[in-house]
Design a protein around this ligand. Structure first.
Ligand code: ADP
Length: 255
């Protein structure tokens, strides 16, 4: 057991209820390349789940399939018990935070955060109240009137999180969200991610190539190797009993 792995005694989210995500035999081919190969995956509601693997192992493609930016070549995708395999992103109850978290530079922080509500036609007083609540969740209460260029990298990332959480999505997808940050900020933001996930109870699905990050933050994770999910389990299970030599090597153990 690595010291970094989760040791808190928070009860594991139950998976008896309808899962947040269920993938059945999901395959995605780009020409002759099989980027995702027969993925089977169930993520419980309220879980912090990670997809861990080296560059090119298919993590982002899997995330994009779940978000609806890509359609699978074959297989089935269900979110919260509803089949969404052929639905566009706008008809899935999902938001995505990308590494470059592009904020609108001409808008204030508050306007950036409230953007989805503006598009949805929510009236201004409610918009502002909800934007302020979302900014409180990410601990940027008094930064609403600022512009993105007046914030640090970590603060901008938190604005992106508040923006993604504003309309209470069922699922938040995070594609290497901390990849652009330096080590110290990265560690600080890892703690923030964990705190925000717990505070909101939203199901988080994080893509990362960083073993430490996945082991520290996740309730459970899946390890990918060349398009295949080679192991799924808790950080402890994967650290203690790697299913393949690849997992053992990637996680950094010798057993
Ligand atoms: P990861 O996120 O683990 O780095 P990706 O899902 O981005 O991996 O990529 C998996 C494989 O699929 C890689 O070989 C990549 O080059 C390929 N790939 C991803 N997207 C496309 C695409 N749109 N067209 C062709 N090949 C792609």
């Amino acid at each position: 057991m690595t010291e970094a792995a989760r040791t808190d005694d928070r009860p594991a989210p139950t998976s008896a209820a309808t899962p947040a995500v269920r993938l059945t035999a999901v395959t995605k081919e780009f020409g002759a390349l099989r980027a995702v190969d027969g993925a089977e995956l169930t993520i419980g509601e309220g879980e912090f789940f990670s997809l861990l693997g080296p560059s090119g192992s298919g993590k982002t493609t899997l995330l994009r399939l779940i978000a609806g930016f890509e359609r699978p070549t074959s297989g089935r995708i269900e979110l919260a018990g509803r089949e969404v395999t052929a639905l566009p992103p706008s008809r899935r109850d999902v938001h995505t935070v990308f590494q470059d978290y592009a904020l609108f530079p001409h808008m204030t922080v508050e306007q950036n955060v409230a953007y989805a509500l503006t598009v949805a036609g929510v009236r201004k007083p409610e918009r502002l109240a909800r934007a302020r609540a979302a900014l409180r969740t990410v601990r940027l209460d008094d930064h609403g009137p600022r512009r993105p260029d007046q914030l640090s990298g970590g603060q901008r990332q938190r604005v992106a999180l508040a923006r993604a959480l504003i309309d209470d999505p069922g699922l938040l997808l995070l594609d290497e969200p901390l990849g652009a940050l330096d080590l110290q900020l990265r560690q600080e933001m890892q703690r923030e991610l964990q705190r925000i996930q717990r505070a909101t109870g939203v199901t988080f699905l994080l893509v990362t190539h960083d073993q430490e990050e996945a082991l520290t933050l996740s309730d459970r994770l899946a390890v990918l190797d060349r398009g295949r999910i080679v192991q799924t389990g808790s950080p402890l299970e994967i650290y203690d009993r790697p299913a393949t030599a690849f997992v053992a090597g990637f996680i950094g153990t010798t057993n």
